[in-house]
Design a protein around this ligand. Sequence first.
Ligand code: NDP
Length: 280
Amino acid sequence: MKNVKLNNGVEMPILGFGVYLIPDYDECKRAVLDALETGYRLIDTASAYFNEKAVGDAIKESGINRKELFITTKLWHTDSGYEKTKKGFEASMEKLQLDYLDLYLIHQPFGDYYGSWRAMEELYENKKIRAIGVCNFYPDRFLDLVEHNKIVPAVNQIEIHPLFQREYDESIMKPYGTQMEAWSPLVRGEKILDNETLKNIGAKYGKTPAQVILRWLIQRNIIVIPKSVHKERIIENFNIFDFELSSDDMDKVKSMETGKTAFFSHSDIELLKIVFGIKV
Ligand code: NDP
């Protein structure tokens, strides 16, 4: 497994396993056990995925040394603010059954995330968390946060895949050493895995479109956390370290950029109206 070094010196695997949309306890626990058996050591969950207990139980049952694992969870916006963040963190740790966390992320740039960040800075300084970061912070909110707080986020987890490549975001975060991590790297299995360009590139290396995408992302030094509940796909997504895309093939994938989200924007007012329950 290749690691990346975060801006505080902590090493994080470049490939991990995401568990969004696996709310069923047995299915999630089995998928995490399959991933750990395959060799994944980074697991990405969130309080809002309602599966931290299943993840914690799988970790325990795997018997893998805690130091070998890299566990991420996230704070939901309804827990934003200093006090609620401390409580939210304790609730996650109880479900995960861990005594320290590797990475804690603010899930969205909503609510009192300044208060949350202060609580997370304290938890980090008290060695309860090895690294702290954010998700879905676009360049404006990212710059505002870093310029007005003590600790610079180690990671920003955002939507990144061949259809939405985020090079501008990368250029803003790079001077701060904030590591990009790609959510929905496979565009959730939709709209992309039957793409002819990816199929043709894959055929040259004996790899699938999913493997080409994940390889393209890690060659950009972006952390990827594909999710699957199927063991053969969990293995497929892991087997991306035995080939290298040529610069010509990297460029071909680059030409797939659409410049827009495949899902939703965190600054979309219609989305915010729903999230905040705004009726006016
Ligand atoms: P992914 O891009 O990882 O795609 C997952 C989907 O693709 C599943 O439906 C899966 O199906 C399918 N799939 C996986 N591997 C393959 C394969 N090799 N061939 C064909 N189909 C495949 O989407 P996610 O949205 O799950 O993103 C990954 C992770 O990112 C999440 O699990 C979560 O941890 C994180 N995330 C974070 C967000 C944030 O706001 N911070 C937002 C969204 C995600 P099946 O399971 O049936 O195999």
